[in-house]
Design a protein around this ligand. Structure first.
Ligand code: URA
Length: 433
């Protein structure tokens, strides 16, 4: 590739995709290489991204795009660890703290879990932001530290190094500002280039649909899931996906420190039913992918093994698992106006409200407020009485409450007993392999 930058012309390639043609393997390799070097400009890549969004790509083209993005940076390998590796990736949602109980749970079974994670942008939270509410915990590890921790404790959650698929980093930032994030070939190649470059042996994808998800529509989520499963399988990574419902926030906590607190409740054998259900389903799927389909994951949660594993990995990264988590300076509780049943609680507005309280960031460089967030006191289907608390908003700056409450206007509804509950159906809606 090093001498190939004269081989093609970006405008010709844009025209091919604009006119619904197929790009060849050498054309795609050249495009990504030339873009990474700055020979193809952002305006040309933006036009190409829009042409892909409008006209799509064949499976072979998506695979070539993924491989070209992997080739733009370093790849890692965990082969020397002497244990199988399995990772999980979620397309993101509101209250999605599943990585926190899941990683230590799966690590109990003699496998290694390399959870290379990110920080949140917009209304979906980031795993690293949540864990940084634990005093002393450190996200940035060297490759050697990561390897050593997986050898000693079976799991690590840390920041993905900037060396993995750098072409994706540039392309993702460009898509964010050109209305081209939602193209399935681009999302699938973006996510999978980083996961394949990371070197995991197996991967389970949690692909969400519904109001709080990246994709609202279950059929589009299914298509995204199948595209990613095919990419992983073609690259030799054992990949499966669960389609999961994100119409309603997951669990009772949305934020950072409060999501850590809820995750610890799950590790202690309690926690909300939906968080436990999804944690167990993903753990079973991950362990089946590495040859342990009968692993008793419930027992590992109930008998304290998963909690011991959590404490060990938090300590290994400088965190104090016994330290008190931050509590917000200001709270505001919203109560039910009448007796009835909570029939609707839409994930997206609650995600936006938590973000406006300071739990998330609008720009990459912004800090987050670790104690900001929302605690839900009732979930869809629960009976409520006039004056009973529905949810509590928390932040350090009371000036943020009004905008958060604006986001929640019409986001929940109390109906009568017997009214249909609008939660979009069961949590687990399908499996793709
Ligand atoms: N996450 C990614 O890493 N890439 C996308 O395109 C979308 C979500």
């Amino acid at each position: 590739m090093s001498d190939a930058i004269e081989d093609f012309d970006a405008v010709d390639l844009i025209r091919i995709k604009r006119d619904r043609g197929e790009l060849t393997t050498p054309q795609i390799r050249w495009l990504i290489d030339a873009y990474t070097r700055g020979y193809v400009g952002d305006e040309q890549m933006a036009a190409m991204a829009m042409a892909i969004l409008l006209n799509g790509m064949e499976r072979r083209e998506i695979r070539d795009l993924t491989l070209a993005m992997i080739a733009s940076g370093e790849t890692m390998s965990f082969e020397g660890l002497g244990k199988p590796t399995v990772d999980k990736h979620s397309t993101g949602g509101v209250g999605d703290k599943i990585t926190l109980p899941l990683m230590p749970l799966v690590a109990c079974f003699g496998v290694a879990v390399p959870q290379l994670s990110g920080r949140g942008l917009g209304h979906t939270g980031g795993t690293l932001d949540k864990l940084e509410s634990i005093p002393g915990w450190r996200a940035d590890l060297t490759n050697e530290e990561m390897f050593e921790q997986m050898r000693a404790h079976g799991g690590v959650i840390c920041a993905a190094g900037s060396g993995l698929a750098p072409a994706d980093k540039r392309l993702y930032a460009l898509r964010d500002t050109t209305g081209t994030v939602e193209a399935i070939p681009l999302i699938a190649s973006s996510i999978m280039s980083k996961k394949i470059a990371e070197g995991t042996g197996a991967l389970v994808l949690d692909v969400k649909f519904g109001s709080g998800a990246f994709m609202q529509d279950i059929d589009r989520s299914r298509e995204l899931a199948q595209t990613m499963v095919d990419l992983g399988t073609d690259a030799g990574v054992r990949t499966t996906a669960l389609l999961t419902n994100m119409n309603v926030p997951l669990g009772h906590a949305i934020g950072n420190a409060n999501e850590v607190r809820e995750s610890v409740e799950v590790l202690a054998g309690g926690g909300p039913a939906d968080v436990v259900e999804l944690t167990l389903a993903l753990a079973r799927e991950m362990l089946a992918a590495v040859g342990q389909p009968d692993a008793d994951v419930e027992a590992a949660l109930a008998d304290g093994r998963a909690m011991d594993s959590w404490r060990a990995v938090i300590r290994a990264q400088g965190g104090d698992p016994d330290a008190a988590l931050l509590v917000a300076r200001e709270t505001h509780t919203v109560v039910a106006e009448r007796d009835g049943v909570l029939v609707e609680q839409r994930a997206l507005p609650f995600g936006i409200a938590a973000w406006r309280l300071g739990a998330g960031r609008a720009r990459k460089q912004d800090p987050v407020l670790h104690a900001a967030g929302i605690d839900l006191h009732a979930k869809p289907g629960d009976a409520v009485t006039a004056g009973s608390p529905l949810f509590t908003l928390s932040t350090d700056d009371a000036g943020r409450f009004d905008r958060a409450l604006d986001a929640l206007d019409g986001a929940y509804r109390i109906g009568d007993s017997g009214d249909p509950v609008l939660d979009g159906g069961p949590l687990l809606a399908g499996r793709i392999s």
